[in-house]
Design a protein around this ligand. Structure first.
Ligand SMILES: Nc1ncnc2c1ncn2[C@@H]1O[C@H](COP(=O)(O)OP(=O)(O)O)[C@@H](O)[C@H]1O
Ligand SMILES: [Mg+2]
Length: 263
């Protein structure tokens, strides 16, 4: 059981909003018989005497770590949270991309190398971090984000991967048979390093690689998924959300027409 306190938005289809998701994430982090309580709920209690502090955890979304408490002192296995990751914290909601998350999510499950391709600004990075977070359950040894935008020399890619996964020098020995996901973000300017990715895949049995790149890597076993810019409706919603400082509103009150007129 999970308890969280917040202010949902009431719609015809029920309660929606970030706190509803958060409550679901808190619930799904626990085990049968365990009662988890978020910081927001814990703060409302008169006494925290019966709570065990379980520390900060990243839940299975891309929000900042959250302190979780458990009611009582019974010992349970570690929480089912997304704590083995360096994925960036995302503070604005993902707009659209339901179909892409499903299709590309299936490709992450069925392939070891998936490259999201598309022009700059089409949303590859954003989609990739959500895909990686969604897939976290399949990677008990971690999900590692390797931002490459600052790397100009392909010879430095191997070292950058090593640093991200916590290896001292070359990553293959360190990764071994671990089940982990490496997200190589903005690969286009170091495409000459594609043999490094090949070696990582052939040298490890279980690691998977998700790449964002304007250009494919053109190596064996690569599966490509083109990322089209957002549909107009979604793009308008995104514009709308940015204009309102990130607060997500239900579609029917979003005032898209006004914003369209204002542009
Ligand atoms: N589906 C989306 N929902 C919300 N913001 C998005 C979405 N897709 C892209 N963005 C935002 O648009 C900008 C460009 O997207 P990005 O993923 O960096 O593109 P790319 O990696 O293809 O160059 C970023 O600020 C990103 O957060
Ligand atoms: Mg990018």
């Amino acid at each position: 059981m999970g308890l969280h306190t917040g202010e949902p938005i009431v719609t015809d289809e029920g309660y929606i909003g970030g706190d509803v998701h958060r409550a679901a994430r808190v619930m799904s982090a626990g085990h049968g018989g365990q009662v988890l309580i978020s910081e927001a709920t814990a703060r409302l209690l008169d006494s925290r005497a019966e709570l065990s502090d379980l520390g900060e955890h990243r839940l299975k979304d891309l929000s900042a770590p959250e302190r979780l408490y458990q009611l009582g002192e019974v010992a349970f296995p570690p929480l089912k949270t997304l704590y083995r990751t360096n994925l960036p914290v995302v503070t604005t909601p993902l707009v659209g991309r339901e179909r892409e998350l499903e299709e590309a999510g299936a490709l992450v499950r069925s392939h070891r190398l998936l490259t999201l391709t598309g022009p700059g600004g089409s949303g590859k990075t954003r989609l990739a971090v959500h895909l990686a977070a969604n897939a976290a359950e399949d990677f008990p040894d971690g999900v590692f984000w390797v931002p490459l935008q600052a790397i100009r020399n392909p010879a430095n890619v191997e070292h950058t991967i090593a640093a991200a996964v916590g290896a001292d020098d070359e990553p293959i020995a360190h990764v071994g048979s671990n089940q982990l996901l490496v997200l190589l973000d903005n690969f286009e300017q170091v495409v000459e390093a594609s043999p490094t990715v090949s070696s990582l895949l052939t040298g490890t049995p279980n690691a998977k690689v998700l790449v964002t790149s304007r250009e494919p890597l053109h190596i064996a076993s690569e599966q490509q998924y083109p990322v089209e810019p957002l549909l107009l409706d979604d793009a308008e919603l995104l514009f709308d959300e940015r204009a309102r400082g990130g607060a997500r509103l239900p579609r029917d009150t979003r005032g898209g027409a006004d914003l369209r007129a204002a542009r």
